[in-house]
Design a protein around this ligand. Sequence first.
Ligand SMILES: Cc1ncc(COP(=O)(O)O)c(C=O)c1O
Length: 362
Amino acid sequence: MPPSGARIAATVRADVRALAAYPVAEATGCIKLDAMECPYELPEAVREDIARAVRDTPLNRYPSADLSALQQAVRAAFGVPDAAGLLFGNGSDELIHIAIQACCAPGDVVLSPWPSFVYFDMAARFDHARFVGVPLTEDLSLDLPAMLAAIREHQPKLVFLAVPNNPTGGLWPAEQVQAVIDAAPGLVVIDEAYQPFADGTWMPRVLDLPNVVVMRTVSKIGLAGLRFGYLAGSPDWIAELNKVRPPYNLDVLTQAALLAVLRHKPVLDEQAARLRADRGPLAAALAALPGTRVFPSAGNFVLARFSGKMDGNAVHLALKTRKILVRNFSGAHPLLADCLRISVGAPAENAALLAALQEILS
Ligand SMILES: Cc1ncc(COP(=O)(O)O)c(C=O)c1O
């Protein structure tokens, strides 16, 4: 017997009932430029290594508590300081929850520049924290005076800074990030999901900054299907965060596959470098379309505003009809009016997108 609507309404949290589930578009047969995935598949030799590693992984036991081999591989591959603690998550989405659950009692504040990664807000709400988004400036830069005033007013337990930022692509200047770190009374999570496409990283300094942890993911460098994120910081922070990590959160197949792939780390670097090199020409070609503004991006994507012949919603729909998926932010926030976020794809995908937009907009 199906449950009655009244029982569900009386049981499920009102704020959860009012939400929509995280949108994932149906993508069969489409050019997929909506989720900042790497468009390149792993070479055959790497896949062979993964297959061997997975075949030899026993599934009858829970994952081992000893993660030292994976920790060593992650340190070596991604430049995590030897003395830093490491926490692994089922994607950095899980690490966001872990940080909030460890730091925030109900009603405590999680703060981030806004718009930024939508899951900072969602996770805070799910975990009974209060999310404060500090608006960016009109040109989608960090509004440092507003950030400092909000930190003073709300005394956040946690500040999330996506550097570079999603969905805008902006890379906050180091001195502004430092000013936020200095002002924050609690923990600052620097989310470097898009660092492989940008200049600079806060990782080497993570032990010099007493209230900072650095979070990264492998999702944007070719491994979105693996669901693996890592968070590095002082072992004292990591020990506390680790207490709320769900037991066995990192499954044995993910661990085995990641260890195998990291033996071929230059493949991931090369893919990221290709996307980074293709970003500039894609942005320039988009900016040359009539009525289109492109915001500077340090990620593997660009944000573009369409305010010519067609608005953002219409362009999004016209692309979708042509089986090209991009992410529509038109209605997400006033600062993102008519904005679409477009992942850098493989050259043929970028060419198809540009040809479609030429046709749509001229
Ligand atoms: C800034 C930022 N952080 C974290 C994530 C989540 O990454 P993961 O796939 O590791 O959960 C994303 C995904 O889009 C992101 O944009």
